[in-house]
Design a protein around this ligand. Structure first.
Ligand code: NAD
Length: 245
């Protein structure tokens, strides 16, 4: 039952915000999900479901890609969908971004998705079907203040996803990236405590408010369905019109 019945997904960064909402949406659509995060993902409303397995893992660890993929295969016997969602935002302009924060951003936001995708690929090729959904941002298309490293990482995800689309189309595997605007999550909340920042985003967004994680999960669900098979290499803007204004 559901648009993702019989599908098996890995979602990283599943303990919070957008990742958590994607797990819940996929579960509602009938999928089986390996939910991985640095912190233990918890889904009290889905307690007792045998279609969610949680795993504590740092996506940057040397053995993480194999460990995460193996956990999905062992629990559910295959893999169809990979959502590279885990990410961090360490603010800084070119004048004050530290090398350490730049490298950490690159490791979590870019290199980890690259390695996890490589680990997942053989299983999708085996099925002749796959969905890779990466987290970009509206910062995949333009620069933002104090987002030197973060903006770099989200532009990288756009280029990475497009190369996946080019290389994997022949296997029945699509790759797309989501471009959320400002969404209420643990990542954005500390910034939005600054009223002037919140005012800036509310004004910049024609819809007039920040988005909710569920509003990002809905297109993430559609991209994972069979119906989305002709959409690949695309960035999907989920930003209340911020990129149109
Ligand atoms: P969040 O902070 O609420 O959730 C991110 C999750 O990733 C956390 O649970 C965290 O523990 C996990 N994580 C961080 N480092 C990890 C690591 N090394 N290994 C495993 N897990 C790790 O943030 P969110 O807003 O839900 O962000 C999810 C994705 O959406 C990110 O890629 C982010 O860049 C992107 N995004 C968010 C917004 C927004 O406004 N919130 C906008 C555009 C894009």
């Amino acid at each position: 039952e559901g648009a993702l019945a019989n599908r098996i997904a890995i979602v990283t960064g599943a303990a919070s915000g957008i990742g958590k909402a994607i797990v819940e949406a996929y579960h509602g659509a009938g999928a089986r999900i390996l939910a991985a995060d640095l912190n233990l993902p918890e889904f009290p409303e889905l307690a007792g479901s045998d279609r969610i397995v949680t795993l504590v893992a740092d996506v940057t660890a040397e053995d993480a890609p194999d460990k995460i993929v193996k956990a999905a295969i062992e629990a559910f016997g295959g893999l169809d969908i990979l959502v590279n969602n885990a990410g961090i935002c360490l603010p800084g302009s070119i004048e004050d971004q530290s090398l350490a924060s730049w490298e950490k951003t690159l490791a979590i936001n870019v290199t980890a998705p690259f390695r996890l995708t490589q680990a997942a690929l053989p299983h999708m090729k085996e099925k002749g079907w796959g969905r890779i959904i990466n987290l970009g941002s509206i910062m995949s298309d333009f620069g933002g203040p104090f987002l030197c490293a973060y903006g770099m990482s989200k532009h990288a995800m756009a280029g990475f996803t497009k190369s996946l689309a080019v290389d994997l189309g022949k296997y029945g595997i699509t790759a797309n990236y989501l471009q959320p605007g400002s969404i209420w999550t643990g990542m954005s909340k500390p910034f939005m405590e600054d009223q002037s920042f919140l005012d800036y985003w509310n004004t910049k967004t024609p819809v007039g408010r920040l988005g909710e994680p569920e509003e990002v999960a809905a297109p993430a669900l559609f991209l994972a369905t069979d119906e989305a098979r002709f959409i690949t290499g695309a960035g999907i803007r989920i930003c209340g019109g911020a990129m149109a204004s």
